[in-house]
Design a binder for this molecule. Structure first.
Ligand SMILES: [Zn+2]
Length: 390
């Protein structure tokens, strides 16, 4: 048996696919909504006996490798390497590709950094300010742990020195986006995150792809949030904060709740709503929509009131709609944002999510509030806003 067959024989196709989409038993097969084309009735089938899948809607099909190639955008070698790693087969004839070597290196650096920053938050005197800050915002210690939060100290090179001490070459630290080169000829570096609360941002499998850091001082002049710079791992618009943690709750409820920021996610989880993720303030991208539509058929938007009506948000709504995801909007009542709502009234927050209303009603209400439906001009504007979405 060659190694490709060996890997294949140790992997269960149903298990692999069920981590991407909900499956139901259908006679001798398993079935679900096809993740590769928009549909409302299931035509995506898996045969557990033969370990193959087939979609009778778009006629794609294949084995576990072709599934991962399609859904993750990997090539055959990447799919093979990932599966081999999962089932503990050491591949002989396949040297890792340059691309996968770089990814592994950066993942290793991010892992070390996550541990370092969370040690400072949890155990070190330097983390006291951040601990106080979290307590002040009502975030409990279990939640720090769950989201692997950390603290980057008020210093120019603590992380840099730590990584160098752990035998990470300077070039790799530079590539990780965690250190910035000083201008001038001395080729020295300084830490990107200084005196910030750190949020690791992971892919759906829980591998840390990058970080975002929030200032602790409300009067600070610097940007409120800073992110890892773009790296081969950390690609803007390709990640959703909290997806690794919310993933199974999203799959189980067949619904994702989308909020804007990190604290919205933390507070929602604390209030017991666990299928919550954040787009991180930006408009939804096609990649994010693709990830969401693979996991659930419905998304509840839980944004600040004005936001769901604006153009960027409307683009996201359109993308979700095109992907066949039903979009609802939660009413925040008088609260400023989901964070405030979930902290002040956890039960009310849970109820608001459960009774989210259809996006169309919301858009019509929002347009009618802003333009006068009795005036011809107002009618035109309302029509112009709503018709493209309908
Ligand atoms: Zn299909």
């Amino acid at each position: 048996m060659d190694q490709v067959e060996e890997v294949k024989s140790k992997v269960d196709l149903v298990e692999v696919i069920s981590s991407y989409l909900p499956l139901k038993k259908m006679g001798r097969n398993m079935g679900g909504l096809c993740p590769f084309h928009a549909e409302k009735t299931a035509s995506f089938m898996i045969s557990p006996e033969r370990q193959v899948w087939k979609c009778f809607g778009c006629s794609l099909g294949g084995d576990v490798f072709t599934f991962l190639e399609k859904i993750e955008g990997w090539d055959f070698r990447e799919a093979l390497e990932e599966l081999a790693k999962r089932v503990g087969v050491k591949l002989k004839q396949f040297e890792p590709t340059d691309k996968s070597r770089v990814r592994d290196k950066l993942i290793e650096i991010n892992k070390l950094t996550t541990k370092f920053y969370s040690h400072l938050l949890f155990n070190h005197p330097a983390g006291e300010r951040a601990r106080k800050y979290l307590a002040g915002r009502g975030i409990k210690k279990e939640t720090w742990e769950k989201f692997k939060l950390g603290y980057s100290p008020d210093s120019w090179d603590t992380l840099f020195k730590f990584l160098i001490k752990h035998k990470i070459p300077t070039a790799d630290v530079a590539m990780s986006g965690l250190a910035i080169a000083r201008s001038g000829s001395d080729r020295s570096f300084y830490d990107r995150f200084r005196d910030r609360l750190i949020f690791p941002i992971s892919d759906s499998r829980g591998q840390v792809m990058g970080f975002s850091g929030r200032v602790l001082d409300a009067n600070a002049r610097e940007a409120k949030y800073v992110n890892t710079s773009e790296t081969p791992l950390f690609v803007k618009g390709s990640l959703l904060f909290g997806l690794d943690i919310a993933r199974s709750a999203i799959r189980d409820s067949n619904e994702a709740v989308l909020v804007e920021g990190e604290f919205d996610v933390l507070s929602a989880h604390q209030a017991g709503v666990e299928n919550v993720i954040a787009s991180k303030g930006t408009a939804l991208t096609e990649r994010q929509v693709a990830m969401l539509s693979r996991l659930s058929e419905s998304v509840v938007l839980c944004f600040d009131k004005d936001v769901a009506g604006d153009n960027a948000a409307r683009r996201g709504i359109e993308l979700l709609d095109m992907a066949g995801v039903s979009v609802k909007v939660a009413d925040l009542g008088g609260a400023k944002d989901p964070d405030e709502f979930a902290q002040d009234n956890p039960k009310g927050f849970t109820a608001a999510i459960a009774s989210a209303s259809n996006i169309y009603d919301f858009l019509i209400d929002s347009a009618v509030k802003r333009f006068d439906p009795k005036e011809a001009d107002g009618q035109k504007k309302i029509g112009r806003e709503i018709l493209p979405v309908l």
